[in-house]
Design a protein around this ligand. Structure first.
Ligand SMILES: Cc1ncc(COP(=O)(O)O)c(C=O)c1O
Length: 368
């Protein structure tokens, strides 16, 4: 009996080996390693896919967030309203820039920002709202956007987990001022190393992002603003170009697997992922909520099924933030869900028999 991994990247590579190998070889042959042709190609293809005007490739999803915050002029003393139930990257760049994350608890169904709690956290220091489209389920953007418009705030979307997700027909990441994407290898569209991108419809913000990722420069050795070195690596861009045509098919498979899981678990005393109406959930993670989470994780392991916890510690409880004043607020939904959430294997190449085995192991746990 083989162990079913959370994600099996080798299977995906083997299924599209030829176009990937060709894409990598072509960069090596041209040797245009830094800001080569494949980078501009990918930026243009990403714009076409997401139906957005500008895409700026960068070195990671974390950098995408940092560059977006910098382009929005966020720095010393500013406040950014965001979710405590996410990966650390969502907030570490806010603090590194001298600003402060202001956590709003999550909705207990979608695990995204509880939009009804945002307005009471807005102060004269608030500069932006940074929703996270967690697990591939878009945050409720309409109220976020109207609040931001009324208060003159930026909206920066953390779309690291949600490429291809849709909200009322529009792609997640294209609704706010700036959308930040990660192409970490296990993401729904994954590179062969770190990679990311920022998208926007605003020409001024696009220009700022382009400069910031390149040492604040438009012309070589002329540095107009403070920037960073965060170019999208040409080899990674070539891999992403080769993979992008497959993305929609992979997303459909994720959605189908989630449907099969939902059906398999419908009679069990656990909570399957919620999917709001008028959205397309792209199931970067398929996460169950159960008060018997730790027992279930052990049982899955004993029965050769991988699982993971996204995330065991909400951000406001992270040790790195021990010294940050006033971050230790009580956020009951985030705290409860962090203790009950568990993700099952989810990747497009899972076979029917593996999916059936995962369902049967979970059912066996509840019948024992
Ligand atoms: C929600 C979220 N935000 C940001 C990031 C950071 O992306 P990266 O790992 O590409 O820096 C990730 C990825 O792990 C993520 O899941």
């Amino acid at each position: 009996m083989h162990t079913i991994k959370m994600v099996d990247l080798q299977r995906q590579y083997n299924s599209i080996k030829q176009p990937i190998d060709l894409a990598i070889r072509s960069v090596v042959e041209k040797s245009d390693f830094i800001m080569g042709r494949a980078v501009a190609d990918f930026e243009s293809k990403l714009c076409d896919y997401l139906k957005v005007k500008y895409a700026i490739g960068c070195a990671s999803g974390t950098d995408a967030l940092q560059i977006a915050l910098m382009a929005s002029g966020i720095g010393d003393g500013d406040e950014v309203i965001t979710s405590p139930f996410s990966f650390m990257a969502t907030t570490e760049t806010i603090l590194l820039l001298g600003a402060k994350p202001i956590f709003v608890d999550i909705d207990s169904q979608t695990y995204n920002l509880d939009v009804s709690q945002i307005s009471k956290q807005i102060t004269s220091k608030t500069k932006a709202i940074l929703p996270v489209h967690l697990y591939g389920h878009p945050a409720d953007m309409k109220p976020i956007l109207s609040l931001a418009r009324a208060e003159g705030l930026f909206v920066i979307e953390d779309t690291a987990q949600a490429i291809g997700a849709q909200y009322f027909g529009a792609f997640a990441g294209t609704l706010g001022n700036l959308g930040c994407f990660s192409f970490f290898p296990s993401k729904n569209l994954g590179a062969f190393g770190d990679a990311g991108a920022i998208v926007t419809n605003d020409p001024k913000l696009a220009e700022q992002c382009k400069m910031i990722r390149l040492h604040g420069s438009r012309t070589k050795y002329r540095h107009e603003i403070l920037g960073v070195n965060s170019r999208l690596d040409t080899i990674q861009a070539a891999v992403l170009n080769a993979k992008l045509p497959y993305l929609e098919g992979w997303l459909q498979k994720r959605i189908a697997i989630a449907k099969t899981y939902n059906k398999g678990f419908e009679r069990l005393p656990l909570t399957t992922p919620f999917c709001s109406s008028n959205i397309r959930h792209v199931y970067h993670q398929y996460s169950l909520c159960t008060s018997r989470r730790d027992e279930l994780a052990t049982f899955l392991k004993e029965n050769g099924v991988g699982s993971a916890i996204h995330y065991p510690v909400p951000l406001h409880r992270q040790g790195a933030y021990d010294k940050v004043k006033d971050l230790r607020t009580k956020l009951p939904n985030s705290e409860r869900i962090a203790s009950e959430i568990i993700s099952l294997p989810m990747f497009p190449e899972l076979t029917e028999s593996e999916i059936a085995r995962i369902i049967s192991v979970v059912c066996k746990f509840y019948s024992s």
